[in-house]
Design a protein around this ligand. Structure first.
Ligand code: HEM
Length: 538
């Protein structure tokens, strides 16, 4: 696009934006318009990063507001994906940000020792104080990561298994009761008439994930499965009173708010927080912190000899032998709650969505699990599996991975700052201080890696294609020094929950073939998934 057309387009835009300034002295209106115009057009025309050559939506080249708007609409991953389909592997999604949809860029952007750090996008996620997830400083991150990665070593994670198993037992008590009721009192409509219990399985997976992380990170489950309610004790910052609030809803609101705020220029953020939509988000951030303050406070006031994540965080020491203080401990426990709850429940929901919509695959997985159950109990009832029994089942793992690939709860390109001196990625030079990202949703659909049917849910592809290539293109937990520290725990939780659910219940979608409705904050979240279930005859 020629520079004069750009100036004209932007000028029209600015005129529209500043129209309401009726009544403001003409001189001021003109000055404001000119300042806005120059701040947007000059960088475009001067092209200091050499980014004008990259295709993408025109407003994205002018201002960060374009990408912030996509995030606010809840489908940034999809809009960026469509741009890549249209333009290829490089797309400019903000004046200083290029999205690179190529698996070969993953190690270059996210790998160890490359010097790329998290951008100021992550500042919008800070509450109480910086935790492992939103710390940007490299030295501070290394210090925290040393303490926390020890907590999630395979040996430690194995000691968490009884807490997960207890939550599965609790969940099945509720589901069994609903199944029994539905079988005894078949309803008049299609599914309950068949003696199936009908419910939104996403809700239950949320209750499950919150109870597990509450149990591990705060010393006891929130009791959501038992009460079948989204409710948790909260001590708002600066208050001594405990109130009860919907934690899952608060977490969702906070994710949407932070993921949008983080895309606005720094100077705009304090102003944006005054707008009604954002001010609700500010409240959610405070309330979420209040959950950690209440829970950690209670645990510290009543020390226990429990062997859980909080105990291990308390015992953890940095390289100087220093443990974390109370505030840091609370912030890290909060980080685990945020990072380890709806990531797991969204993924569990997506896995069951794909399995129940593909009866052939579900049956094949059930056959694999029935064999294990037979070996374990010789025909007696198996309430749930142990990790040792399911961790190496090839088809189970392929079913889980295939759903993580397609759903990608972390779907956006996680933004990283190019280090001083710049970097060359896939032959293209990116100056220091610019932002690059590799979008998981798009990389997970690359037909040259996953096959022409990459949009299909087909676990068999994991046995047919080059395993090295697939693994190097599979980033549900990201990659490198900032990849998911809780991956071992998440892998165990998913394997235990999915194997046990699929073995015990026959699950049908209430509306077969219906697209899973999603909305994206920081994560791509399913909105609901209604199923009709009954106990299997096993
Ligand atoms: C299926 C479940 C999960 C998925 C898909 C997932 C995915 C991810 C991804 C993509 C990142 C990188 C985020 C970024 O760079 O912005 C991440 C980081 C992180 N995850 Fe997970 N996660 C899961 C479960 C968990 C669990 C169970 C925990 C802990 C209880 C956890 C704790 C963390 C933490 C603390 C970080 C920040 C690590 C750092 O910056 O050093 N995650 N996770």
């Amino acid at each position: 696009m020629s520079d004069s057309i750009v100036v004209q387009k932007v000028s029209d835009l600015m005129n529209k934006l500043t129209d309401p300034m009726v009544g403001i002295p003409v001189v001021i209106a003109v000055a404001v318009r000119t300042a806005l115009l120059l701040s947007v057009v000059l960088p475009y025309v001067l092209d200091p990063y050499g980014f004008r050559k990259y295709p993408g939506p025109f407003p994205a080249a002018l201002s960060k507001l374009w990408i912030a708007r996509q995030a606010g609409n809840g489908n940034r991953y999809e809009v960026v994906h469509d741009q890549h389909k249209k333009h290829g592997k490089f797309v400019r999604i903000a004046p200083d940000h290029v999205s690179i949809a190529d698996h070969n860029a993953i190690t270059e952007v996210y790998g160890h020792g490359n010097g790329f750090i998290k951008t100021e996008f992550y500042d919008a996620f800070v509450s109480i104080r910086r935790g492992l997830f939103n710390t940007r400083d490299r030295a501070e991150h290394t210090r925290k990561r040393k303490i926390v990665s020890h907590v999630f070593s395979m040996k430690n994670v194995n000691s968490f298994e009884p807490h997960i198993a207890a939550a599965i037992v609790e969940l099945f008590k509720q589901w069994d009761a609903m199944c029994e009721k539905a079988a005894k009192f078949p309803g008049v409509d299609g599914n309950s008439a068949k003696g199936r219990a009908v419910f939104d399985i996403l809700n239950w997976f949320n209750f499950f994930a919150f109870d597990v992380i509450g149990d591990l990170a705060f010393g006891k489950p929130f009791g959501m499965i038992r009460s079948a309610k989204d409710i948790a004790p909260v001590k708002p910052e600066g208050s001594n009173q405990t109130v009860y609030l919907p934690a899952i809803q608060i977490l969702n609101e906070r994710g949407e708010y932070s993921a949008t705020l983080g895309l606005l220029p720094m100077w705009m953020r304090p102003l944006a927080k005054k707008l009604p939509w954002f001010s609700r988000g500010v409240k959610s951030v405070k309330n979420l912190a209040g959950i950690a303050i209440a829970a950690v406070g209670e645990r510290l006031a009543n020390p226990s000899d429990r062997d859980d994540l909080l105990a291990k965080l308390q015992a953890g020491k940095d390289e100087n032998g220093q443990p974390m203080g109370r505030e840091e401990l609370t912030a890290e426990a909060l980080t685990q709650l945020i990072a380890g709850s709806d990531t797991t429940s969204n993924s569990s929901c997506a896995i069951i969505y794909y399995l129940s919509n593909n009866p052939r695959i579900m049956k094949k997985l059930q056959d694999e699990l029935d064999k294990v159950a037979e070996e374990k109990a010789g025909g007696e009832e198996v309430l749930h599996f142990d990790y040792e029994e399911v961790k190496s089942l090839p088809y189970l793992q392929a079913c889980i991975d295939e759903a993580l690939r397609l759903h990608s709860t972390s779907a956006i390109g996680l933004p990283r700052l190019v280090p001083e001196g710049g970097a060359t990625i896939l032959g293209e030079f990116f100056p220091g201080g610019t932002t690059v990202s590799v979008p998981a949703y798009t990389v997970h659909r690359d037909t040259s890696v996953w096959g022409e049917d990459s949009e299909q849910y087909r676990p068999e592809r994991w046995f047919e294609r080059d395993p090295k290539l697939l693994q190097s293109s599979f980033i549900p937990f990201s990659y490198g020094p900032r990849s998911c520290v809780g991956r071992n725990l998440a892998t165990m939780e998913l394997a235990l929950l999915i194997s046990s659910v699929v073995h015990r219940y026959d699950i049908e979608p209430l509306e077969p073939g219906k697209k899973l409705p999603t909305a994206e904050g920081f994560l791509r979240k399913p909105l609901e998934f209604n199923v009709a279930i009954k106990r299997r005859d096993v």
